[in-house]
Design a protein around this ligand. Structure first.
Ligand code: 5CU
Length: 379
């Protein structure tokens, strides 16, 4: 008998399958995995902002901190994912490859590796039917035909419900006209785009003290959300949402700063002489708000009721918000990683404070919206 209990769904939860870890281990430039003396787990080094500390550690400079973060078993082990779900009351996870996906592969290797990573994810989902679905990674460095064939292929996979995309697109960002056939194919296949940041902002923005003194705080807390905000603003200004009106996007980290800045973006558009002269600000224009309320979903990975309320307001209601954890990132540093993660409870508590966990809205954010939008039932 099917349980009628409201489902809790995690739409923002990553993995690096073992095959992907092997690729990272073979690399000498970021992204890479490397072991360092004195560090029990191998280190995962992903971000441009980690390159200075990688260089210092490589040259064995005195007092150089170990770069990156520990690559614990949480990243690659399916058993750990299931344990994490069970220990946090998560019924269903929509897993995705973590950043930077396949962005660094050569054009010829990208297609076959994308297919094998999707096969890994399909296999993991099939081991826990009804509990796991996935967003596939596309071979964006491959020729267009290969990318379109990959979209076609993942559409046929039983547990695939969308694609995870970074902000670089084919190398020129998401306002690149060359991406339109790709967005069109994704939308026609009824796949949701999960947009996730990776590249942040240039290192100089963080200043000379950042590497030694501020850890990963600035690139992760500010660089990631600004990157998402800029990517979606560029898509909006380029008319992508009008060109592909059935494109549906789920934005990581509650849309970066879009909920807070949408009004300012709108005002800048209405006051821009260039856009007005070009006839781009006429009465038929769909505003940023219109797009947010019809083509955009936001995850609820924002860690405070203040941000969450802004996301709900900007989306026109809680039915466009979906709970997520960002597992395996942000593990507890001072308690057992096999126990409850504060980064998860903070997000659930924010939902409780913003709309209540036992309300229709709260149940929707915690899982009902994801089940509805992403069709999270076995077909
Ligand atoms: O801690 C990090 O670097 C990250 C990351 O790389 N990706 C992500 O989704 N969250 C945190």
């Amino acid at each position: 008998q099917q349980s009628t209990k409201a489902k809790v769904v995690d739409v923002h939860t990553h993995m690096y399958p073992p095959d992907y870890v092997k690729i990272l281990e073979s690399r000498t430039t970021i992204p890479l995995v490397r072991s360092f003396p004195g560090s029990s787990d191998p280190r995962l080094i992903l971000l441009e902002s980690e390159v200075p500390s990688l260089d210092s550690a490589t040259h064995q400079e005195d007092g150089a901190p170990v770069p990156g973060r520990p690559l614990t078993k949480h990243y690659a082990s399916l058993d750990q994912k299931m344990h994490f779900m069970d220990s946090h009351g998560i019924d269903i996870s929509v897993i995705s490859l973590a950043n930077p996906w396949l962005d660094f592969l050569t054009p010829s290797e990208a297609g076959p590796i994308a297919a094998s990573i999707s096969a890994n994810f399909s296999h993991m989902c099939a081991q826990h039917p009804g509990r796991l679905f996935f967003f596939a990674a596309l071979p964006l460095t491959a020729p267009l035909d290969t990318i379109l064939a990959s979209i076609n292929q993942v559409t046929s996979l039983k547990y695939c419900r969308g694609v995870i995309l970074g902000t670089s697109g084919l190398g020129k960002g998401l306002d690149d006209p060359a991406l339109l056939p790709i967005f069109t194919a994704i939308a026609a296949s009824n796949l949701t785009v999960f947009l996730h940041p990776h590249y942040g902002l240039p290192n100089e923005v963080w200043g000379p003290r950042a590497t030694a003194e501020y850890g990963h705080v600035l690139p992760l807390a500010l660089g990631f959300p600004m990157e998402t905000t800029i990517a979606v603003a560029r898509m909006y200004l380029a008319g992508v949402f009008d060109a592909v009106p059935n494109l549906q996007m789920l934005l990581a980290h509650s849309g970066g700063t879009l909920p807070f800045l949408a009004g300012r973006i709108e005002s800048c558009i209405r006051h821009d002489g260039h856009l007005v002269r070009e006839g781009k600000v006429g009465p038929a224009r769909r505003t940023v708000w219109d797009v947010l309320r019809s083509q955009v979903y936001l995850d609820a990975v924002i860690y405070s009721e203040v941000g969450l309320k802004a996301a709900i307001e900007a989306s026109g209601g809680a039915e466009r918000l979906m709970f997520g954890t960002d597992h395996p990132f942000f593990p507890p540093l001072e308690s057992d990683e096999l126990g409850v993660w504060e980064s998860v409870t903070t997000n659930a508590e924010a939902v409780g404070r913003a709309v209540g966990l036992e309300t229709e809205e709260g149940r929707g954010v915690m899982g009902g919206n994801a089940v509805r939008v992403l069709r999270l039932v076995e077909e």
